[in-house]
Design a protein around this ligand. Structure first.
Ligand SMILES: [Zn+2]
Length: 335
């Protein structure tokens, strides 16, 4: 397995230091234990963590030494009056935390500054967040880990970087879309759908609730018998008369472009008492029809394209479609 570079946002470290969220604690520990995982963060994270530790110390003093009530503490939160020793102590706490862990701290760089400004001109993002995102991009991190779901949505929608919460790190690693680089340039492909793959993990299928891995024969290869959730995908071959492309459509894309939801798929499977019925249904909708597709090139060894958008091309006549289809059949019978 190739190594994975994670960018870790301040909030995830805070969860760990304050022992707030089990999944964040687990993720930071996994990062230390897993040799293929590499952690990155910004110098700015360190400053944010120090500030936070000092603020906590301040509030602790208000509560324990001055015996203030919660309302009074909240009111006086901003009026920090720590001694030099106390300030230094909190800096040491954060320094020690990073010294013990193999997390790369990115030093201030002009590139990151320029990249951050460039991002600010394209997406709605705070100055604080944009430092983290620009640092992640500069270090070519594969995944941005944060607790901030609004930020995750922005980064995904704008195709800036793969982003996820610590809870879903394992799930995203098992997700097909993770194999594709969101920054690579989409290409336009045209052609007719000549085949739909029928395999485990096609159509309506089950994933492990722990790791998101595909369930084979009722069990997860890592976790055995587990709680599952359903997912939906189409893998199919598009042929343009010369080249053929293996397309991968995940649940989000199927729901967006075919007006067909996971719930619809479950209904079909339940009615037919057969999960295969979903593939039958999709095959009728897709096969021998002409599509225009925007897709990102494979990142792994297969000739597989991750579909970003797909639509019918009604300009193409039936005669042309038949011609392309016959050509494909010809090639596949002789080879
Ligand atoms: Zn599993």
């Amino acid at each position: 397995m190739k190594s994975i570079k994670f960018y870790i946002d301040t909030v995830v470290f805070l969860d760990y230091l304050e022992k707030r969220k089990e999944k964040s604690i687990q993720f930071i520990s996994n990062l230390s234990d897993n040799n293929d995982w590499i952690g990155y963060t910004s110098w700015f994270t360190k400053l944010e963590l120090i500030e936070n530790e000092q603020a906590l110390k301040h509030m602790e003093k208000l509560a324990l030494e001055e015996h203030l009530t919660l309302t009074e503490i909240v009111r006086k939160r901003e009026q920090r009056q720590l001694t030099k020793e106390q300030l230094k102590h909190e800096v040491d706490v954060v320094d020690r935390f990073f010294k013990k862990r193999k997390i790369n701290i990115d030093a201030p760089k002009e590139n990151v500054f320029n990249l951050a400004k460039e991002l600010q001109s394209r997406i709605n993002i705070s100055a604080k967040d944009v430092i983290h995102v620009a640092t992640a991009l500069e270090n070519k991190c594969t995944c941005f880990v944060t607790g901030d779901t609004d930020l995750i949505n922005t980064l995904r929608e704008e195709n800036i970087i793969n982003a996820t919460t610590p809870d879903d790190v394992n799930k995203i690693l098992n997700n097909e879309s993770f194999l594709y680089d969101p920054k690579s340039k989409p290409e336009e492909l045209r052609g007719i759908v000549v085949a739909i793959l029928r395999d485990n993990g096609c159509g309506l299928y089950k994933r492990c609730n722990e790791c998101g891995g595909i369930i084979y024969k009722g069990t997860c290869t890592q976790h055995g018998k587990v709680e599952i959730y359903y997912d939906l995908c189409i893998q199919m071959t598009l042929y343009d008369g010369i080249m053929q492309y293996n397309l991968y459509l995940d649940k989000e894309k199927i729901e967006e472009f075919f007006n067909f939801t996971l719930d619809n798929a479950k209904e079909i499977a339940t009615e037919a008492l057969d999960q295969e019925a979903v593939l039958d249904y999709l095959e009728r909708k897709l096969k021998s029809k002409y599509f225009v597709v925007k897709a990102i090139d494979k990142m792994n060894w297969e000739n597989r394209w991750y579909v970003l958008s797909i639509k019918h091309d009604s300009e193409v006549t039936n005669k042309e479609i038949v011609k392309i289809h016959e050509k494909w059949l010809e090639i596949n019978n002789t080879s």
